[in-house]
Write a protein that binds this ligand. Structure first.
Ligand code: ADP
Ligand code: MG
Length: 226
């Protein structure tokens, strides 16, 4: 129990620190990337110099990716606490990832049947959902008939959000690594999405249950107490 509390405090510190660092990093990254793009247009560059610039732009792009897994929405200084049933968050973030789903030929199903409300930080919750939706879509990369199903219901005073994909699935061992910083099996992965998701759900004293079968798909079930 004590370990649990320490773990939970650690997660809080991690997510707060990450949010503010990410926020501060965004401006310098954008500015640097802009100037490099300008520089890249110069007619006096040698091929070697051009190569350096392009490599730098790629690396900046990667840094931006890391930040966006942590903070597409969050404004870390401004807490955004609401008391609501989570439908708006699930639906809004579903709309945000629709273009991404379409590019990957993934169909998205959405169903809602919950009358309970709870307190949560809107920014954190949206970021968490985006990360889970994105992982679901990415797990169905290259498949023809992938489906991402999002369902909100209630069970014993808990709000249940279920996010199911028909993708590659995970072994028990892979499941046990979820949420470890920088654990990623993707070529361009950050390994930060699940860490962020766990820490956001941890903040509302919720739990995430994972059910997965290799080659069949994965279900993330979030239970948030009201
Ligand atoms: P990233 O997506 O950048 O790799 P995440 O922290 O979001 O980092 O996810 C970590 C790893 O967990 C992924 O690389 C993948 O191996 C695994 N994973 C997460 N969600 C799923 C899923 N829905 N289906 C299969 N594997 C998943
Ligand atoms: Mg991810």
């Amino acid at each position: 129990n004590r370990d649990r509390i320490m773990q939970s405090e650690r997660l809080n510190v991690v997510s707060e620190l990450a949010a503010s660092v990410s926020h501060e990093m965004r401006n310098p990254l954008t500015v640097t990337s802009g100037f490099l793009q300008l520089l890249n247009k110069s007619k006096t560059l040698t091929p070697e110099e051009k190569g350096y610039i392009e490599l730098s732009l790629l690396e900046l792009n990667r840094a931006e990716k890391i930040i966006s897994d942590y903070l597409s929405f969050a404004k870390p200084q401004a807490e955004n606490m609401v008391y609501s049933n989570l439908q708006a968050e699930c639906e809004y973030t579903k709309n945000v990832i629709m273009p991404y789903a379409t590019i990957h030929k993934v169909a998205v199903e959405f169903s809602f049947n919950n009358s309970l409300s709870t307190h949560y930080d809107r920014n954190l919750m949206q970021q968490c959902l985006i990360n889970l939706y994105k992982n679901g879509i990415e797990a169905m990369k290259g498949m023809e008939d992938g489906v991402l199903s999002i369902d909100i219901s209630e069970r014993k005073q808990n709000i249940i959000i279920s996010i199911r994909d028909t993708g590659i699935g995970m072994t028990k061992d892979e499941i046990s690594r979820l949420g470890k910083p920088y654990y990623s099996t993707k070529e361009e992965g950050t390994g930060l999405g699940m860490l962020m998701a766990y820490s956001a759900i941890n903040k509302v004293k919720g739990v995430i249950e994972v059910r997965s079968e290799k080659g069949k798909g994965t279900t993330f079930e979030i239970a948030i107490p009201t």
